[in-house]
Design a protein around this ligand. Structure first.
Ligand code: TRP
Length: 344
């Protein structure tokens, strides 16, 4: 039996947080053994918010270095940059013509981002989920690991796949969401009722993956808690402490009950230091590898070129099928270096 196909991606914006690591990349690493994994850097999606062009390129390469340092193995998984595979933009256009304005208007992320960037509500922001659907459907993905906030986009992807299939016959695999374990949602340290964010403007709210150990310790010591001083999981009454318990549990593999026992009779001070130390230890190997890779652009180039070539073979096959179904002529002679590599 062939392995199930996975596709996921992260936007190339700024520094990744502990939330991206525990909620996504760390799980991606584990999936490499059992699934056929495609991990993408969504640089086209990043354009929906204004970016400094030089930063975009830097962030894209840094994210690639981070995927690899976090344990995504390019020998096992296909790692590529979205914009390198033109089929994503092509399929997105086609799918746009099968997506209703009403569907996109209902997307909560669109509403949130429009409110946040009121001076730049562009059509890319509106059709963002359609490009995401193209990302997924091109690879005939069975499963898409996403956080809670992306579930609605995946629902739309499924609707689009079903809609297209029902008009033209079996074309796309209808993907399932793959919502991950305990720490699918790491919350802010200062505002534990909202998700830990790459772009939070609140100081000490987010742990960034490249934070130095002393910074991590300081941020955890300052984390918002409550006055009970008992390490007990209760998201409603104690969102701050519960978030720290979730983080500690995700890293150590201990259950919430074990953690409550471990810190019985001890105060928040001890607990915060323990969480900080666990996070520092967990991130250390990745941070060391990342420093090495960042200074090795030739290696990174090799990875993203090979990744794009492999991705194109699959993406091109799906797009060709789509073009045939809708009777758009397809240039058969699309030649890619990959074909030459394969023939060698
Ligand atoms: N929209 C996703 C996010 O912001 C990133 C993304 C783009 C993605 N394309 C994808 C995730 C395809 C999963 C599959 O988190």
């Amino acid at each position: 039996m062939s392995k199930k196909i996975i596709l996921s991606g992260i936007q190339a914006t700024g520094n990744l947080t502990l939330g991206n690591y525990l909620g996504a990349i760390n799980n991606w690493k584990k999936m490499q053994e059992d699934y056929e994994c495609n991990y993408m850097i969504a640089d086209l999606h990043t354009l929906t918010i204004r970016n400094n062009p030089e930063n975009l390129r830097k962030n894209t390469l840094n994210l690639l270095a981070l995927y690899i340092s976090a344990g995504i193995n390019p020998e096992k998984s296909n790692i590529f940059i979205q914009s390198h595979v033109a089929e994503h933009a092509e399929l997105a256009w086609i799918l746009n013509c099968y997506t209703y304005m009403g569907e996109l208007s209902r997307m909560t992320q669109f509403k949130d981002k429009s409110a946040k960037h009121a001076d730049n509500i562009n059509s890319g922001l509106f059709t963002y989920p359609v490009l995401m659907a193209a990302d997924i459907l091109l690879y005939q993905a069975d499963l898409v690991p996403v956080g809670e906030d992306q579930k609605q986009h995946l629902e739309l992807t499924r609707d689009l796949a079903e809609r297209f299939n029902s008009i033209y016959g079996e074309t796309f695999k209808v993907p399932e969401p793959f919502i991950q374990g305990v720490a699918a949602r790491v919350m802010g340290l200062q505002e534990p009722t909202s998700k830990m964010s790459k772009s939070s403007s609140i100081p000490n709210d987010s742990i960034f993956l490249n934070d130095e150990p002393d910074v991590i310790l300081k941020k955890f010591k300052k984390a918002v808690t409550d006055s009970e001083n008992i390490v007990r999981f209760d998201v409603k009454e104690k969102p701050g402490i519960s978030n720290l318990i979730s983080i500690y549990s995700a890293i150590t593999g201990k259950t919430k009950q074990d953690i409550e026992k471990e810190f019985e009779g001890k105060g928040y001070g001890d607990f915060k230091v323990a969480v900080a130390e666990a996070v520092i230890e967990e991130l250390k190997p990745m941070q060391e590898k990342y420093k090495e890779l960042k200074d090795n652009p030739d290696y990174l180039e090799k990875i993203y070129k090979t990744g794009a070539e492999k991705a194109k073979i699959i993406a091109n096959k799906t797009l060709k099928d789509v073009y045939e179904k809708i009777r758009i002529s397809f240039i058969e002679e699309r030649k890619y270096e990959c074909l030459q590599i394969m023939l060698k």
